[in-house]
Design a protein around this ligand. Structure first.
Ligand SMILES: Nc1ncnc2c1ncn2[C@@H]1O[C@H](COP(=O)(O)OP(=O)(O)OP(=O)(O)O)[C@@H](O)[C@H]1O
Ligand SMILES: [Mg+2]
Length: 259
């Protein structure tokens, strides 16, 4: 059975989502979670006198910020999530893209600093965990191998939405679901869009109706839809939202394939 890839936004951590996740795992559904951590990372940066700066929804990451991103994402948030799932009776296993070098990345654009774009995903560690009935919980970090024989490898910050899209694509997932802190994608007048084609999505991004943290989600959906049959953005603050999304009678926005 193909897994369902779920991206949990930092803003939805601690909501009902994990109870739904554990219930689905107990039903035998293979799940993979990729998590964000935007707000916690920004708080840690502010507390240390570092700013939080974004470009089209991607965090500009200098060397000092990268240390905090790694510590908070792969440390605090990842371990809290794993502990919460396990304490609810689930079987979670936390890892970042650096572990086993399973997400290979390279610097996306020099002006973003240590932000990675995915080059290659080795799905083996995820498949091993799924085969052993674990739920992989992924902190979105990437690894750039040394460029020269005497060079050092580089750790990179990958936007969690981007990573979720690439993981879904690599695993040929059955579905890709983004749980976030809004009801779905809103149009220019604030109304929820139940579905969105690639052409409409690109036009809304160009017109800045889709902005900030919604941009990488929509781009990840468009990227994954070449292989993954279903991609949705739903409200992770609501109890039962994940279940409804999986059973395809949920609210939120479906990004559909085609033109
Ligand atoms: N057209 C739009 N419709 C709905 N939300 C939008 C739109 N354009 C931008 N947004 C913003 O996108 C935000 C969701 O992305 P955000 O990055 O803040 O959260 P997340 O990705 O769920 O969490 P994290 O970044 O911690 O993983 C919404 O809170 C909203 O402010
Ligand atoms: Mg985000």
């Amino acid at each position: 059975m193909k897994p369902i890839v779920i991206k949990i936004g930092g803003s939805t951590l601690g909501s009902y989502v994990l109870e739904d996740v554990v219930m689905l795992q107990k039903r035998g559904l293979p799940l993979v979670i990729v998590h964000g951590g935007g707000k916690t990372i920004s708080n840690w940066l502010w507390e240390r006198g570092l700013g939080a700066n974004f470009s089209d929804g991607l965090r500009i990451t200098d060397a000092q910020s990268l240390e905090i991103v790694i510590a908070v994402l792969a440390g605090l948030i990842n371990k809290q999530l794993v502990a919460q799932v396990n304490s609810l009776g689930g079987r979670a296993f936390g890892l970042s893209g650096i572990d086993g070098g399973f997400i290979e990345a390279r610097i996306k654009s020099p002006h973003l600093g240590y932000v990675g774009q995915v080059v290659k995903i080795n799905t083996k560690p995820l498949e091993m965990l799924l085969d052993a009935e674990y739920l992989p919980i992924i902190a979105p970090l990437g690894y750039q191998p040394p460029q020269a024989s005497d060079g050092a490898g580089m750790l990179l910050n990958i936007n969690a939405d981007t990573a979720a899209g690439d993981v879904a694509l690599a695993l040929k997932a059955a579905q890709l679901i983004f749980l976030t802190d809004v009801a779905g994608i809103a149009d220019g007048t604030g109304n929820l869009l139940p579905s969105l084609t690639p052409t409409e999505a690109r036009s809304l991004i160009a017109r800045r109706v889709i902005s900030a943290g919604m941009i990488p989600k929509v781009e990840a959906c468009l990227h994954a839809l070449s292989v993954v049959p279903q991609a949705q953005i739903v409200d992770g603050r609501l109890s039962g939202a994940l279940l409804a999304a999986i059973e395809e009678h949920g609210d939120g926005t479906k990004v559909v394939g085609g033109e």
